[in-house]
Design a protein around this ligand. Structure first.
Ligand code: TMP
Length: 210
């Protein structure tokens, strides 16, 4: 199997920038890598993403929201993530199942055990080898958003605080999988911290696979 790396964090934390920088760095090393994101990454996922982010869809119930995110994930796993990992590629995913636990569980208040069960049904045995959390206060993150706000960015500040707390709690329970980085550090410094960890991980996985 390849290496599965996910990026997590609240709004405006810089995940997309850092996932693209990591993609570039891996490509420069001639490592086979794919970058994808959630919700989305497939044509079905793209449609679901639009529904979930549009502010006109404010009447989506938390339960329906949960299943829409999970539906997008299942499709992405089948179409892209699983095959790429089977081809021993590195897969970088901008958000994955941890986002569901944090946003729908901690944020929306759905029962965490139920969310976890639904997550597990969808992901089966696919779990990230490394999850990079770009941690930032919601005040700072939301202030970075210049474009029109989506359904999640429009949530009140307490929602975003619950999301942040949820992430930090999850990271603390599985410290080997999570790499928590202060997202207010300069972009280049963050990329350096990430590369330091990923290069070591590549070395150990590639050595154990040969
Ligand atoms: P983003 O990818 O541009 O950050 O937008 C995705 C939004 O969807 C973001 O606000 C987080 C939210 N989200 C969930 O609520 N649950 C999920 O499972 C995922 C993947 C994202």
């Amino acid at each position: 199997m390849g290496l599965f790396i996910t990026f997590e964090g609240g709004e405006g934390c810089g995940k997309s920038t850092q996932s693209r920088l990591l993609l570039k760095k891996l490509e420069q090393q001639n490592i086979s890598v794919v970058l994808t994101h959630e919700p989305g990454g497939t044509s079905l996922g793209g449609e679901i993403r639009k529904l979930l982010k549009e502010k006109q869809c404010s009447s989506i119930s938390p339960q329906a929201e949960l299943f829409l995110f999970v539906a997008s994930r299942v499709q992405l796993l089948i179409e892209l993530i699983r095959p790429a990992l089977e081809e021993t590629k590195v897969v970088i995913c901008d958000r994955f199942a941890d986002s569901t636990l944090v946003y729908q569980g901690y944020g929306r208040g759905l029962d965490l055990t139920t969310v976890e069960k639904v997550n597990n049904m969808a992901t089966e045995n696919i779990k990230p080898d490394l999850t990079i959390l770009l941690d930032m206060s919601p005040e700072q993150g939301l202030a970075r958003k210049r474009s029109l706000k989506d359904r999640f960015e429009l949530e009140d500040l307490s929602f975003h605080h619950r999301v942040r707390e949820g992430y930090l709690k999850m990271a603390a329970t599985e410290p080997d999988r999570w790499l928590v980085i202060d997202a207010s550090l300069p972009k280049g410094k963050i990329a350096e911290i990430i590369w330091d960890r990923v290069s070591k991980l590549l070395l150990t996985t590639r050595t154990t696979q040969t």
